[in-house]
Design a protein around this ligand. Structure first.
Ligand code: ASP
Length: 333
């Protein structure tokens, strides 16, 4: 069953915020035999992994790594590829808007020293991940929001532009008719590009960028710009990024949890599975009606990925192979 069909079957109503339509790589279902299991043999550096099917993004990141570039440059440049891709309606330009038609972006980045930068509710600037990096490198702060983040970006030379493409505007107008502006969830229409890289020196960095849940309430911020939730990197241990319903990731501080579990000796795969377990095993968890997925890498270059529902995938570029790998998942029936 393709992910889109699954989404139709699993669509819900009346459960909170709206989540909208096109997903990254949802038409590119990987074969079952590519199901991901971490392996201690996979220690060839450099390597890059990303959420969903984003081989152009991982290719860009690997180009930088192979030229001797840092993991930090690699994840920033890799994320920028998808931010500039107007066809991807969950990231950067062309991202689906909130309920009022405003495209608002969340992004963050974290380096090998544990430094981090983040932007939330950023409007009119395509490359949110690069603004996050500027926050990290050029300010004494970690997070800038809204108009302040936008003005900061402009002061750094970013050009303001309209991020609402015709396709996304049409999708929003259609949503308004069908949803009658009610906060209705379906699982479709959101996604984050999260990327983790290890450079040839063995140093780890990570980044993530998203337009968040489509048709979200005005002002809503998800997990993606929150260090420890959408992303966490500890260069001694490893890194993790999340995608899916951000509210659920925030409630369990998901990415920090995965890294801490790896610190305690779990493999990236085991850590991702336990972090999903923390969500689905909560009393009264509504997990059947939302998706969360994690990808992780440890210092040895072992990787893992796991989600609640089927059809989450990871793109991995290592040792000359850039491929989409189907994640294992919790709900098997
Ligand atoms: N985690 C993002 C958010 O909640 C969206 C996604 O990755 O699907 O904003």
């Amino acid at each position: 069953m393709k992910r889109r069909n699954f989404i139709k079957k699993a669509s819900l109503s009346g459960v909170g915020l709206a989540i909208g339509s096109t997903l990254i790589g949802c038409e590119n279902k990987p074969s079952e035999d590519k199901k991901h299991v971490s392996s201690s043999e996979q220690i060839k550096l450099p390597l890059v992994i990303a959420t969903w099917h984003v081989i152009d993004s991982t290719a860009k990141a690997m180009e930088i790594l192979q030229a001797g570039g840092s993991a930090l440059d690699a994840v920033e440049q890799g994320c920028r590829v998808e931010e500039a891709n107007e066809k991807g309606q969950s990231v950067g330009k062309g991202g689906l808007p909130d309920r009022d038609g405003n495209v608002t972006l969340d992004a963050c980045i974290m380096d090998k020293h544990g430094n981090c930068g983040s932007v939330v509710y950023l409007q009119n600037i395509t490359h949110a991940v690069s603004v996050a990096r500027k926050v990290m490198e050029d300010t004494p702060h970690v997070m800038l929001a809204g108009e302040g983040a936008k003005q900061f970006a402009i002061s750094k030379g970013f050009q303001p532009e309209d991020l609402l493409t015709e396709a996304s505007k049409k999708a929003w107008e259609k949503w308004k008719v069908e949803a009658k502006y009610k906060p209705i969830i379906n699982i479709e229409n959101h996604d984050t590009i999260g990327m983790l890289a290890i450079d040839k020196n063995g140093d780890i960095s990570g980044a993530c960028t998203t337009s968040g849940l489509a048709y979200k309430m005005g002002g809503r911020v998800g997990d993606s710009p929150i260090i420890g939730s959408g992303l966490f990197v500890d260069n001694e241990i490893g890194g993790c990024v999340a995608t899916g319903l951000g509210e659920e990731v925030v409630k369990t501080v998901g990415s920090f949890l995965v890294v801490e579990l790896m610190r305690q000796g779990k493999s990236p795969q085991e850590a991702c599975e336990e972090a999903i377990g923390r969500i689905v095993n909560k009393p009264n968890s509504d997990y059947k009606n939302f998706q969360v997925g994690y990808i992780a890498v440890n210092k040895k270059g072992e990787t893992g990925s796991y989600s609640i529902h089927q059809w989450f995938s990871m793109t991995k570029f290592q040792d000359g192979v850039n491929e989409q790998i189907q994640s294992d998942y919790f709900i098997k029936t």
